[in-house]
Design a protein around this ligand. Structure first.
Ligand SMILES: NC(=O)c1ccc[n+]([C@@H]2O[C@H](COP(=O)([O-])OP(=O)(O)OC[C@H]3O[C@@H](n4cnc5c(N)ncnc54)[C@H](O)[C@@H]3O)[C@@H](O)[C@H]2O)c1
Ligand SMILES: O=C(O)C(=O)C[C@]1(C(=O)O)C=C[C@@H](O)C=C1
Length: 363
């Protein structure tokens, strides 16, 4: 990466956080930034998030080796189109951070430069350059969408080494289905709840002060940026319509149970949800389940990590992350070993089970 120029377009929460991570791990790169807000550019330069602000988007684009589009999704697509009419460096790599992928990957098919989609499954309801945080992506998943099979994914993940994130590759169709369920629908529900409560509060003015942990926990994400979420919903419409149908069916079912006083069904509803929620991987920042994680129950004895990693090393299976989830004296500990795909995951399970008596679980 030495000597390369990286341009981040959109110096908000995600763009500025990425700029920080890149600068930390690759101080020899020149990080430049573009944003339509003058104050954002000024702050980004002043606090050292970027080295330079070009005079225009075009000027920055022409001097860049890598361009990362970190604006709301419809705007990133506009920028992609603008890039296609500029004369750019021959080996230019373009990527994005958008929360939906089908639209942008479709547009990228037409582009005369390499484009790889990327989406960090970490974020916040906060936005803007001042919310930038170099630890935002630690242990979270970056979803890579590479429908054009561009052979430069490693270049991108290398550039992002300072994020300490993990990577998983999905097609853009899969990506938009998974994120509709795990991210977009929850945001609609959170905002719907807040709006419903607001209407209720008009009639019951004192209710607002009484909102306790439950309401606050489930509605935090309703404080997210409306422009960003309008763009996300507009570019994942079909899948979300389906998810909303399923959601409405589920809510109608709960209503029926209430009407028929079916307490067993209601108990079962909450019990199933509790079991599932309790099993979500711990210590993980991102919200996508740990697709390629192996959980190994190991005895608490010296050299255990070296033994497990040694076995995998001998079998030529690469680990992308390793965490100790639990170690208490004399109690079995749990190692969470992450792999880049399910093939490596299954091979690793077989390898450890055939050489040891440690229990391996894929959750
Ligand atoms: N916030 C999250 O949790 C999160 C997580 C993962 C991915 N994303 C995605 O990353 C992207 C950026 O999100 P964010 O949270 O950083 O938003 P943000 O609002 O914090 O930042 C967006 C930045 O883009 C700038 N911008 C808007 N229109 C522009 C234009 N026409 N030209 C130049 N700059 C423009 C804004 O001034 C702002 O600085 C979005 O596509 C979003 O879907 C967000
Ligand atoms: O933690 C939050 O506030 C988020 O909403 C982050 C979150 C999500 O989990 O839905 C939001 C949008 C992104 O595309 C990815 C992550």
């Amino acid at each position: 990466m030495t000597g390369k120029t990286i341009m981040i377009v959109g110096l908000g929460l995600i763009g500025a956080s990425l700029a920080k991570c890149i600068k930390i791990d690759h101080p020899d790169t020149q990080v430049i930034g573009w944003d339509y807000s003058d104050s954002t550019k000024r702050i980004a330069k002043k606090i050292g998030i970027v080295d330079e602000i070009p005079h225009s988007f075009e000027e920055g684009a022409k001097m860049s080796d890598v361009i990362i589009l970190a604006t709301p999704v419809s705007i990133s697509i506009d920028y992609l189109n603008q890039l296609s009419s500029l004369s750019l460096k021959e080996n230019l790599l373009v990527s994005d951070t958008g929360s939906t992928k089908k639209d942008i990957m479709q547009q990228a098919k037409e582009m005369p430069f390499d484009f790889i989609g990327a989406h960090p499954m970490a974020g916040s309801h906060k936005s803007g350059v001042t919310a930038a945080d170099e630890n935002l992506f630690e242990n979270a998943y970056f979803i890579i969408t590479n429908d054009r099979h561009i052979n430069r994914v490693e270049e991108l993940t290398q550039l992002y080494s300072g994020t300490h994130a993990k990577y998983v590759e999905l097609t853009s169709d899969e990506h938009d289905e998974v994120t509709a369920m795990l991210s977009h629908l929850p945001h609609i529900i959170a905002s719907g709840l807040v709006n419903q409560a607001d209407a209720f509060n008009q009639e019951h003015p004192r209710a607002k002060q009484l909102a306790a942990g439950g309401f606050r926990d489930i509605t935090r994400i309703a404080s997210s940026d409306p422009k960003m979420w309008t763009d996300i919903l507009m570019s994942n419409r079909t899948t979300l319509v389906q998810e909303l149908d399923d959601w409405q069916k589920q809510m109608s079912q709960v209503k029926q149970w209430l009407l028929s006083k079916d307490s067993d069904a209601i108990y079962d509803f909450f019990e199933r949800a509790k079991e599932t929620r309790d099993q979500l991987p711990i210590h993980q920042k991102g919200s996508i389940p740990a697709f390629y994680d192996l959980f190994v129950d190991v005895p608490d004895k010296p050299g255990i990590i070296a033994e497990v990693t040694g076995l995998l090393g001998e079998a030529n299976i690469s680990i992308i992350n390793l965490k100790i989830l639990e170690t208490r004296e004399d109690i079995i500990g749990v190692l969470q070993v992450s792999f880049k795909n399910d093939h490596d995951l299954l091979q690793a399970k077989e390898c450890i089970e055939s050489h040891t008596d440690y229990v391996c679980r894929i959750q």
